[in-house]
Design a protein around this ligand. Structure first.
Ligand code: NCD
Length: 327
């Protein structure tokens, strides 16, 4: 076997883009998580800088607000040695009427290697990926997918529990508007976890069971015996009209507090993708309870997972370019 085909064989992830978790295999997800695991150690060292992406250009293109995801991708790319540009809607030409595709084509002409895109419309990132030559990572498109969030959640769980297979995971709250919920459902069910969704009927997509989950409208019943309790933010910015009677009422029935948590396993872990609405979907004290909450760890895992995704995609780009050359 030649050195080149050996590299191709050892590539665990051969996609050009990372647009979602749907359709990824167990092996591909495991490959990304294993790679990320190694980066966790790199991020804990004093010297965190690697040269793997030296000479590469990464553009963060955010059409929607973000704190942790954008900084996390920026740090990940910089720690791998790439040059990083951050573009946000506030000062881009979109405000001057340029379309999504025009912006993509303009950036494409500058030869970036990876575009990291967040957009308020489901499907917009895929559309953009079809128009450019570089790799595209979906950093959240509408209520569709947020693949790196699901991967970082999985890494957090895996490091705490060893494996995801057989775990009982409850995803609670605004499932209807949540790309985090959708990506997590795909990932968790693919890796063999059992998934429950818990929400008022107004905040659950119809026929959600088709995704292989069990639906509950009562927190105590849904949380019974769960190993992991994943809370979601009430996404008011995506709501037109009223989905819940009041925030106070919502917390009473669907907010996670010590009392409702008693239904879950005694050592159940609490997760939240952030940003948190304290006192709305989660009791503030519980969110900070270091014996139960792994919310800070999720943020730490985020950088490692994004390094792994950038690494895997650029390897895949490289292999494709070498393949072209050989032909
Ligand atoms: C999530 C998002 O933007 O989808 N946040 C994140 O990426 N950390 C969840 C949310 O906004 O509630």
């Amino acid at each position: 076997m030649s050195a080149r085909s050996e590299t191709r064989e050892s590539l665990g992830f051969q996609h050009r883009h990372l647009l979602g978790i749907e359709g990824l295999s167990v092996a591909e997800i495991d490959f990304l998580l294993d790679l990320a695991d190694g980066y966790v150690e790199v991020n804990r060292r004093a010297d965190k800088k690697l040269g793997l992406l030296g000479g590469r250009t990464v553009i963060n293109l955010f059409f929607e607000g973000s704190t942790r995801t954008r900084t996390s991708f920026e740090l990940a790319a910089k720690r791998l040695g790439a040059d990083v540009i951050n573009m946000s809607i506030a000062w881009s030409s979109i405000k001057k009427g340029e379309t999504l595709i025009d912006t993509a084509m303009t950036l494409n002409a500058m030869h970036p290697d990876v575009l990291i895109v967040r957009h308020p419309d489901s499907g917009a990132v895929k559309l953009l990926s079809e128009k450019v030559n570089c790799a595209v990572i979906n950093a959240g498109d509408g209520s569709h997918e947020h693949p790196t969030q699901a991967l970082l959640d999985a890494l957090t769980i895996r490091r705490r529990r060893g494996a995801l297979k057989g775990l009982l995971v409850a995803i609670c709250g605004d499932v209807l508007h949540s790309r985090v919920a959708r990506s997590n459902i795909y990932l968790l069910t693919t890796l063999g976890a059992r998934v429950r969704v818990i929400a008022p009927p107004t905040l659950l997509p119809s026929r959600i069971e088709r995704l292989g989950v069990e639906a509950f409208h009562d927190m105590r019943k849904g949380l019974e015996d769960c190993d992991i309790v994943m809370m979601l933010r009430l996404q008011s910015e995506r709501m037109q009209g009223s989905y819940v009677p009041s925030v106070r009422e919502y917390f009473r029935f669907f907010g996670l507090d010590h009392d409702k948590l008693k239904a879950a396993k005694p050592d159940a872990l609490i997760m939240h993708p952030g940003p948190m609405n304290r006192g709305v979907e989660i009791d503030s004290e519980l969110a900070d309870d270091i014996d139960r909450s792994v919310i800070r760890e999720q943020v730490e895992m985020g950088v490692a997972v994004r390094m792994a995704c950038l690494d895997a995609l650029t390897r895949s780009l490289q292999a494709a370019a070498e393949g072209e050359e050989a032909r």
